[in-house]
Design a protein around this ligand. Structure first.
Ligand SMILES: *Cc1c(COP(=O)(O)O)cnc(C)c1O
Length: 498
């Protein structure tokens, strides 16, 4: 595929973009229960307007763009207060939870190089329920990740298991508030005591929970402390592109003080260009996500978020009651937020997901791993709340239909899973419908090898059909241009113009 010989007019260009997305999930339907955090059109409008105002401004240089620095400092201050931090708390705006987490691990690694110089092979202790981003951080930064167990049935980190895992090489402990898969808060106070006893850092992953948990507590939910009010907590990540309803590309990493945050910073003047100090991983980046995040917090405001949290709490309770009434389904643990996951001993969850898809629902599968059953995850957002009765009705219908069908819990033999591993690309893609069934039967290393190959294959040059479609658009544009002027780019010569 090539850059089109002539630029394409705007009409055709945007029509072709529209047509490209015809097969994407229709998230505005309210029937998607993950990936998109949507607080409705009014909020979306404000987010888009602020984003567009700052689309072209560059976060790279706070001297050239002082307003960008001001927005970031104000945003971080609002979140520091939200996390019970005092005036010493500092932080930065990042592109997402993963970047916030990678930075927290990097800060811990470089902090240990100075404060525990005897350590040559640093270790971070990470409960098996913690987000995959910690594994990514460990892999990118060459730090050893030591996994620890959960307390059976609660899906919360087992503090005794964390304590046993601590060695002289430990630099960082991790707790989630809440964990993504089960939506529960780890015993943060106990982890804080361990961290202080052993002089190590403690990161709280509040990526998905950090923002709304204070509101759930104000609504009367009995929730344990998880923020800077807990002694020993040294950093917290909070995503704004989840339950703060900012545009994607918005998270904040907070540190208890500058003494720790300084190990996050990277400065370089060992090259021939401008001197560069990076607070975060990216270099040039649009200030759009920052302005949008700042704007959405100030637009919705504390009372607005409390109101949203109340709606979500009521919705979640309804979903819990509904699922409890469906005999084939079993909830995993006790959610402490607005996400629930459930499993089944009686029907194949992956078939259930397919049956629900036929009815327009998009549910997220979670694989069995280390004390957690395979499950279906539901993130209940404001745009789902009007559809919960329909959701529960369809779940009940599909689960009982599957229950009456042939007993077919896994729908694929382990040997079939192994065989798929050895097949080529086309068969792997063919197997996509059954992908999760097959993955669930594999061991974690098999899953990783399989998915690496699959993704390495699907990010490739377009298929013949796709390339032809794109070429036809370009030809149509040329033909249209020949028939009369189109709204395509003007090619005036800048030197001769006006
Ligand atoms: C979403 C999430 C992350 C990772 O965040 P991204 O923004 O997707 O990079 C980390 N931890 C938890 C608990 C999350 O839910």
């Amino acid at each position: 595929m090539r850059i089109p010989a002539q630029g394409i007019g705007r009409d055709l260009l945007f029509r072709s973009l529209e047509s490209y997305r015809r097969d994407d999930v229709h998230w505005r339907s309210g029937r998607l229960l993950s990936y998109i955090y949507d607080a409705g059109e009014e909020v979306e409008e404000v987010v888009k307007r602020a984003y567009m105002m700052y689309l072209s401004e560059n976060c790279i240089d706070p001297v050239a763009f002082p307003s960008v620095l001001r927005l970031e400092n104000e945003l971080v201050a609002m979140l520091a207060a939200h996390m019970s931090g005092d005036h010493d708390v500092v932080g930065n705006f990042t592109s997402g939870g993963t970047e916030s987490i990678i930075l927290a691990v990097k800060a811990a690694r470089d902090w240990a190089r100075v404060h525990k110089p005897e350590i040559s092979a640093p270790e971070i202790i990470v409960p098996v329920t913690a987000h995959a981003a910690f594994h990514k951080a460990a892999s990118y930064l060459d730090v050893k990740l030591v996994p620890t167990a959960i307390v059976p049935g609660t899906y919360k980190a087992d503090v005794a298991s964390v304590e046993r895992a601590i060695t002289p090489n430990t630099i960082l402990l991790v707790g989630s508030a809440v964990s993504y898969a089960h939506s529960v808060i780890d015993p943060i106070a106990a982890l804080g005591r361990l961290a202080q006893q052993h002089r190590v850092l403690l990161h709280i992953d509040g990526c998905i929970g950090g923002f709304l948990l204070p509101y759930f507590r104000r609504l009367g939910q009995a929730l344990p402390d998880f923020d800077f009010s807990v002694p020993g907590v040294t950093s917290i990540s909070i995503d704004l592109h989840k339950y703060a309803f900012a545009a994607k590309g918005a998270s904040v990493i907070l540190y208890r003080n500058k003494e720790i945050r300084k190990y996050q910073v990277h400065t370089c003047s060992h090259w021939t260009g401008y001197a560069l100090t990076s607070m975060t991983m990216q270099n040039s980046r649009s200030a759009g996500p920052l302005a949008a995040a700042w704007a959405v917090l100030r637009y919705i405001g504390d009372d607005g978020y409390l109101h949203i949290a109340k709606q979500l709490l009521e919705g979640t309770k309804r979903v819990i009651r509904g699922i409890e009434r469906i005999p084939a389904l079993r909830l995993l643990g006790q959610t402490e937020m607005n996400m629930v996951s459930f499993t089944s001993e009686q029907v194949s969850l992956f078939e259930l997901i397919d049956a629900m898809k036929e009815r327009g629902w998009y549910l997220q599968p979670q694989l069995a791993f280390e004390g957690s059953e395979e499950s279906i995850h539901l993130s209940i957002g404001p745009n789902n709340c009007r559809h919960l009765d329909a959701l529960l009705g369809d779940l009940e219908h599909c689960a009982s239909a599957l229950q009456e069908g042939p007993v077919n819990k896994s729908a694929v033999e382990p040997t079939e899973a192994a065989a798929v591993l050895e097949r080529g690309r086309s068969q792997k893609l063919e197997a996509k419908r059954k992908l999760y069934v097959i993955l669930n039967e594999m061991t974690p290393p098999q899953r990783e090898r399989f998915l690496t190959d699959l993704m390495n294959d699907i990010y490739c040059q377009p298929s013949h059909a796709e390339a032809t479609e794109a070429a036809e658009t370009a030809e149509a544009a040329e033909a249209a241009e020949a028939a009369g002027p189109q709204d395509r780019i003007g090619l005036t010569d800048p030197l001769s113009a006006g």
